[in-house]
Design a protein around this ligand. Structure first.
Ligand SMILES: [Ca+2]
Length: 224
């Protein structure tokens, strides 16, 4: 049992070297999320929360990134996906979100452990993709999406930043046409998905074409 004191001192060291510590809880509510034309976003489509870990700005959402927790939303970005889910969660129907994200470990393995760049007060932004299923493992090229964050705390929302370790924060987004959790003071247009992820890279498109042509010719050879 000589290893026990060593383990204890390692644990103490790990706790004392983190400024953030512990897990956080985020309560997220949104009403009403729509596509680019104003049609209500269907349930079971994807949303995620992103935290900007090093600065106060958010990069544009890249195409073909993974939707895994901890992924930067574009190459080299400090903006990391910290949570995700399905539109309609909470039972208020299409275009809404009502969920409690408890036990979010922002210094867990998904974020590089205690060396991660998270600190309390990191800006948080919501992304919703009304045509991408919530179980999609990637964000496709040319996906429509909307974003929202509230730096002030309107309609009873908390400020959209990470709370201190162990703390919780309520993040609310309510538009004037919200009809179950809202309405709120955000315009109806604020709930639209006015942004689009980039088109596929020309290089990967060419590779894809080569691959498809290759497959097709192989099938033709097999058929003969
Ligand atoms: Ca950033």
């Amino acid at each position: 049992m000589k290893t026990l004191p060593l383990l204890t001192s390692i644990a103490t060291l790990a706790v004392s070297s983190t400024s953030f510590g512990a897990t956080v809880t985020l309560q997220l509510q949104a009403d009403l999320l729509k596509d680019q034309n104003g049609t209500v976003a269907p349930s079971a489509m994807l949303w995620f929360l992103v935290a900007s870990t090093l600065d106060t700005s958010f990069s544009a959402l890249s195409n073909d990134i993974s939707t895994a927790i901890g992924t930067p939303i574009s190459s080299g970005s400090d903006d990391l996906i910290i949570a995700k889910g399905a539109i309609g969660v909470g039972g208020f129907g299409d275009g809404t979100i009502s969920t409690t994200l408890a036990g979010l470990d922002l210094q867990g393995a998904a974020f590089g452990g205690v060396s991660s760049n998270f600190s309390s007060g990191d800006p948080i932004q919501l992304y919703w993709l009304p045509a991408v299923a919530s179980n999609s493992s990637t964000v496709p090229a040319l996906s429509r999406y909307g974003t929202y964050r509230d730096a002030v705390g309107i309609d009873g929302s908390g400020i959209w930043t990470t709370p201190a370790g162990g703390g919780s924060r309520s993040l609310g987004f309510y538009t004037s046409d919200g009809d179950t959790l809202g309405p709120g003071t955000n315009t109806a247009v604020a709930g639209r998905s006015i942004l689009t992820t980039p088109a596929p890279e020309p290089g990967s498109l060419a590779l894809l074409t080569v691959g498809i042509v290759g497959l097709a010719s192989r099938r033709r050879r097999r058929a003969k």
